[in-house]
Design a protein around this ligand. Structure first.
Ligand SMILES: C[S@@+](CC[C@H](N)C(=O)[O-])C[C@H]1O[C@@H](n2cnc3c(N)ncnc32)[C@H](O)[C@@H]1O
Length: 361
């Protein structure tokens, strides 16, 4: 197991942030409250781990010894702050292990290690959070970013779950963390929860379509064409918006659309999707996150992506000019123009040709 990493910087920074205060929240213990208006994209918190652990370590004694050693290296104030954290697992395995299991956060999706962060541990969960947490390996800190404008006095929330699921599944997953979720979405009237579940199902369906698009073994499926792939990505985008989501799935959708475009040799659309993916990623993780840094190079040169294949006809796609915003979106996602728009375009063409005829006269 890796040595406990306790740093003076971690010790110094905790509590020095001024965008939030740790306060009692009805029905949820303590939580983070915004002490001023926080604009979307703001880095609310950037915290070094007090120590790291390997949650997969099955030998509890090894884990306890590791935590004990890490705690001994901390000053009294930090030790007290650690001991003040909630312990939902009781004292069967001792307080150190119970507190760590209750509060440690994984260092990335499916990461073998987790970290104990004194301030981030106080952030409550919401199934529709207004902030996003991520482990930033470039700056070796956990960061929390505002997903929308947060007003002074509002609670700052993150999602403890890696994927968004329907109400009963979410409740079951959170029950494993030993609490009943009292977030805004889970406390909403039944009909509103059912509406939200319907949209979450719809997102799952389009996600499945996208998965099939990228799965070589399923390439016989009709979705395996350029416009079809972008239609799935747009569908996901539309469903997420309808669900009221504002989370890290948005940069994910743009990133997917980018990959579909490079795979089809369309550098023009790929560049636009890379720009959008980058901008959306910066909102949720900052411009120093590994994913943002990776995307920045594709904004510069989309062909650097390993999925890039030259287009079948070897031609470059031209960027259309003089389209309205909605016409541009349709072009971008390779959607057919609305019937009305086609008629309008026909009318324009007709009147243009009439004008030309007039000139001839
Ligand atoms: C990591 S701690 C969060 C901070 C905690 N409220 C405190 O007082 O330190 C997780 C615990 O907070 C509470 N909690 C977090 N989100 C909640 C939610 N959406 N509904 C109810 N309780 C919640 C639960 O007791 C959960 O076990």
């Amino acid at each position: 197991m890796e040595e406990a990493s306790v740093s003076d910087e971690a010790a110094a920074q905790v509590g020095s942030e001024s965008l939030y205060a740790i306060q009692p929240i009805p029905g949820k213990g303590l939580g983070l409250i915004a002490t001023k208006d926080i604009p979307k994209g703001t880095r609310i918190l950037s915290e070094l781990p007090l120590f790291k652990v390997s949650p997969g370590e099955s030998n509890r004694q090894i884990l306890t010894d590791h935590i004990t050693k890490a705690l001994k290296d901390l000053d009294k104030e930090k030790q007290r702050a650690f001991l003040d954290l909630p312990n939902v697992y009781g004292l069967d395995d001792g307080p150190f292990l119970g507190i760590t299991r209750s509060n440690a956060m994984p260092l990335g999706p499916d990461a073998p290690q987790a970290g104990l962060f004194l301030d981030a541990a106080r952030i409550n969960h919401s199934c529709r959070p207004n902030a996003h947490k991520s482990w930033n390996a470039n700056i070796v800190r956990l960061t929390v970013h505002a997903l929308c404008d947060i007003k002074q006095g509002q609670e700052i929330t993150i999602s403890y779950l890696e994927i968004t699921k329907i109400y009963v599944v979410r409740q079951a997953l959170l029950k494993r963390l030993l609490f009943d979720c009292k977030c805004e979405l889970c406390s909403a009237p039944r009909h509103r929860r059912q509406q939200s579940d319907g949209r979450i199902h719809a997102v799952e369906m389009v996600e499945m379509g996208l998965h099939m698009y990228f799965s070589e073994s399923l390439s016989y499926l009709p979705a395996h064409d350029y416009a079809g792939g972008l239609t799935y990505a747009l569908g996901m985008f539309t469903e997420l918006k309808a669900e009221g989501a504002r989370d890290a799935r948005f940069p994910g959708v743009y990133h997917t659309a980018f990959k579909i475009s490079v795979k089809n040799g369309d550098k023009t659309r790929a560049k636009i999707f890379a720009e959008r993916a980058y901008a959306a990623r910066v909102v949720v993780e900052g411009d120093d996150s590994p994913l943002a840094v990776e995307l920045a190079q594709f904004v510069e040169e989309p062909t650097r992506h390993p999925l890039y294949r030259p287009s079948a006809d070897g031609k470059e796609v031209e960027l259309p000019r003089e389209l309205s915003a909605s016409q541009f979106e349709k072009w971008l996602w390779k959607q057919r123009p609305d019937v009305g728009e086609e008629e309008d375009e026909d009318e324009i063409e007709e009147s243009e040709s009439e004008d030309e005829d007039d000139d001839d006269l």
